[in-house]
Design a protein around this ligand. Structure first.
Ligand code: ATR
Length: 281
């Protein structure tokens, strides 16, 4: 019998040295004994089109796409699934049998799968407060809307950006002034930070959590540090919290399954592998 074909995937970003994805996928490749590899691909913004063409030429099974390429890559794929188009960004490319490249967005899936698995959170019928109005916020809001959330309160430092984002969803997304970000927490079932605040090297998110109901789940897209000042403050108040690393782990599941043919498990061993030192250091 001939050996199975060697399968190749990777992650395109700029810079790419700090990406945890090679450790993440590397752990699964070893665990499932897969004949394949997943490599970091440093792709400058002006070389993205060439790099995508290169994936085809090199026979990659597909690739992840990260900052700053998530929006631009949509136009370079042969087709995008409707979810990726609605979010306006793709994080996963899949090469089909006929050689065409299909763009997907698995961030929305990863966001919800993390909350479901870590805290049994179901979005149906819920009211959610979202901080931030960038690309991450768009994926989070699409995920929540599709899963049946009934009301989203959205606050962003630059109010106009929140308004443009809210426009796509109608009255269920209500824009709240950034100065009112604390008051909007009254009665919400979930608080999500999608801003860069709290990330290593960035200032902390300043928000008074006093109006937050005590059972309200708090989560952060930021996962470096794992416990952001927001999550620490929520924990001190007695609120349940879910860190952002789980979203990274869960968003990787559909890509791995599509490229390598095994649906992988998110567990403590994977978390440990991803939290270890970056490969090559
Ligand atoms: P991403 O794709 O990760 O969401 P982004 O599009 O750059 O990244 O968005 C970053 C988010 O963090 C935005 O909501 C941004 O607010 P603005 O739209 O006002 O720029 C928010 N953000 C970044 N630094 C901030 C700060 N110092 N205070 C408040 N919000 C901040």
């Amino acid at each position: 019998m001939s050996a199975p074909a060697f399968r190749l995937a990777g992650v395109m970003g700029w810079p790419i040295g700090h990406s945890r994805s090679p450790a993440l996928y590397g752990h699964w490749l070893a665990r499932y004994g897969i004949h394949g590899a997943y490599v970091p691909l440093a792709v400058a913004p002006d070389r993205l089109a060439q790099a995508v063409e290169g994936l085809r030429a090199l026979g990659f099974a597909g690739a992840n796409v990260t900052v700053p390429h998530k929006e631009a890559v949509l136009a370079l794929a042969d087709e995008a699934d409707p979810l990726a188009s609605r979010i306006g960004a793709a994080n996963t490319l899949l090469r089909r049998q006929d050689g065409s490249l299909h763009a997907m967005n698995t961030d929305a899936y990863g966001f919800l799968a993390n909350l479901e698995e870590s805290a049994s959170f179901q979005a149906t019928g819920r009211t959610v407060a979202v901080l931030g109005a960038g690309g991450a916020a768009r994926a989070v809001i699409v995920a929540l809307v599709d899963a049946g959330a009934v009301r989203i309160r959205l606050a962003n430092r630059t109010r106009g950006r929140a308004e443009s984002l809210a426009d796509a969803f109608g009255p269920m997304v209500e824009v709240v002034d950034w100065r009112e970000r604390s008051a909007m927490l009254d009665g919400v079932d979930l608080l999500v930070n999608t801003t860069a605040l709290g990330l290593e090297g960035q200032p902390p998110l300043e928000i008074d959590l006093a109006p937050l109901p005590e059972a309200t789940l708090v989560t952060d897209i930021v996962y470096a540090p794992l416990e952001t000042p927001l999550l620490a403050a929520a924990r001190r108040q007695g609120n349940p919290v879910v860190d952002g690393l789980g979203m990274l782990l869960h968003q990787a599941v559909p890509g791995f399954e599509a490229w390598f043919g095994v649906r992988p498990t998110v567990d403590a061993a994977l978390r440990a592998a991803v939290l270890g030192p970056p490969a090559g250091r």
